[in-house]
Design a protein around this ligand. Structure first.
Ligand SMILES: [Zn+2]
Length: 293
């Protein structure tokens, strides 16, 4: 079945966020922006503009004594990098909020023409650490953070990607990581515009007629048995059908089914290989996942 990449309507429906939650967030942003403005007046003459944004924390690097550089994916402005002063010491402003894939309301300020914003505080909206974490779940969260960090451009808003990430995060529980990882990888390939048509051979244009399709690391797209390269790997007919469902159904609808780690492993490998080929690098966290299945 051909996949229509431009169908934004479907994308919107699949990752819809509860309107009550959206309204609550809007109110919270106003309150925090008020506090931030008062705080900023005292402390930061010359810095502007200030803002409060929804964001997912992607990565941090220590700098200087106790400061941290934070890469965070904001819903309104895209990926930003900021400096969190004294983050290692100030539990009041950042306590626990800078762990990868924490969903926060971030207060920041910026100077014109400076790449780094100043990250003033983060209020946690949802922390992945509130649920139990084992090695597999930590690896899944690290994978999502790394894929977002590597695929997103700075200051390039991607609302669909943001909503996808929230929807998938909610389903990433201990013992239940394989659906979220598969769903996220496939959709990221598609939202980045890298998803080839999955319904037919890229060489001859014929459908797969209920048989497997084949892919290889050096090229996009799937081919039929006749046009497969000797080193190509197969995607089973079941996984091809699953891909079609993933592009049609919200993740919550698929979550009711069993997802042992061997389910759709071929599809996951296909998606991750697509990401790595377009990024022109190996994803470290994908190797950790691969080691598990
Ligand atoms: Zn063919």
């Amino acid at each position: 079945m051909p996949v229509h990449l431009e169908n934004q309507e479907i994308v919107w429906r699949q990752f819809q966020i509860n309107p009550v939650w959206e309204a609550t967030l809007a109110l919270l942003k106003k309150v925090i922006a008020g506090i931030a403005v008062a705080y900023g007046r005292q402390l930061s003459a010359g810095l502007y503009p200030k803002g409060v944004v929804e964001a997912l924390i992607l990565r941090t690097w220590p700098v200087h004594e106790a400061d941290q550089i934070v890469s965070f994916f904001t819903r309104d402005l895209g990926k930003l990098k900021g400096i969190a002063k004294s983050a290692a010491k100030s539990r009041r402003r950042f306590g626990g909020a800078l762990e990868p894939m924490t969903y926060v309301l971030a207060s920041y300020a910026e100077k014109p023409k400076q790449e780094l914003v100043r990250l003033d505080a983060c209020e946690i909206l949802a922390s992945p650490l509130l649920d139990p974490v084992d090695y597999a779940r930590a690896a899944a969260l690290a994978f999502m953070a790394e894929v977002l960090e590597e695929t997103l451009q700075d200051r390039d808003p991607q609302d669909s990607v943001f909503r996808l990430a929230l929807a998938v995060l909610e389903q990433t529980r201990m013992g239940r990581i394989w659906l979220p990882v598969t769903y996220f990888s496939l959709w990221m390939v598609r939202l980045m515009g890298w998803m080839p048509e999955l319904g037919r051979c890229t060489d001859c244009g014929r459908g797969f007629a209920g048989g497997p399709a084949y892919f290889e690391s050096q090229r996009d797209g799937l081919v039929c048995a006749e046009h497969r390269h000797p080193a190509a790997r197969a995607v089973s007919p079941e996984s091809l059908m699953l891909a079609a469902r993933i592009f049609r159904e919200p993740i919550a609808a698929l979550a009711a089914e069993d997802w042992p780690r061997n389910r759709a492993a071929d599809l996951r490998r296909f998606a991750v290989q697509g990401l790595e080929r377009h990024l022109e690098k190996r994803l470290r966290s994908a190797q950790a996942l691969r080691g598990m299945g």
